[in-house]
Design a protein around this ligand. Structure first.
Ligand SMILES: Nc1ncnc2c1ncn2[C@@H]1O[C@H](COP(=O)(O)OP(=O)(O)OP(=O)(O)O)[C@@H](O)[C@H]1O
Ligand SMILES: [Mg+2]
Length: 166
């Protein structure tokens, strides 16, 4: 088991979520897996768009409706999974998800909490929450918790805390 660390970031707009995705995207390595969790409209896809930018993908990922996975090519492949409509784990096995997870690209998985037991120990967990508040600002505020390998988190923690002060 790897030593884990987590960081919590407060964001104020979609642009900031995009930017965070880009910073994270730049820090990823072949074989990185990102498990994204958050309610409908939390900003998981916005985050993946940023991730793609950070990975040098020129195309802009969209929510892959009726498709479990879309692949993009940047400085390495990006496999964008959306498990919202997944019926069961067999469907994932059917598309050979493990070829992507354990290949040399980056996998980003929306609705990762729909499946259990498929994520290896080195998976980076990202939870996006919409804060409970009635103020107008809160509509675009998000709290993002990133958990991953201690060394990896330490490598961008300072940058992220400077770009997005609490
Ligand atoms: N800080 C923010 N970060 C991300 N999105 C935001 C933010 N503030 C407002 N939004 C809006 O919330 C929506 C997020 O949509 P997005 O498709 O990324 O969510 P999602 O988590 O992928 O939802 P789904 O579960 O349907 O896939 C967009 O319309 C975006 O403009
Ligand atoms: Mg989405």
């Amino acid at each position: 088991m790897e030593e884990k660390e987590s960081v919590e970031i407060y964001l104020n707009s979609s642009e900031e979520t995009l930017k965070l995705g880009e910073i994270i995207g730049k820090s990823l390595n072949p074989g990185s897996i990102i498990a994204l969790v958050g309610d409908l409209g939390a900003g998981k896809t916005v985050f993946v768009k940023g991730l793609a930018k950070g990975l040098g993908v020129e195309e802009e990922p969209n929510s892959p409706t009726f498709v479990i996975m879309n692949a993009y090519l940047g400085r390495m492949p990006l496999y964008h999974f959306d498990l919202y409509r997944l019926s069961d784990e067999d469907e994932l096995l059917g598309i050979g998800y493990d070829e992507y997870f354990f290949g040399s690209g980056v996998s980003a998985v929306e609705w990762a909490d729909r499946v259990s037991g498929i994520f290896p120990d080195h998976t980076i967990k990202i939870e996006i929450k919409i804060p409970e508040s009635d103020s107008e600002d809160s509509v675009t505020q998000r709290i993002v918790k990133i958990e991953g390998n201690k060394k990896w988190v330490s490598s961008f923690k300072n940058t992220v805390e400077q770009v997005f002060p609490a």
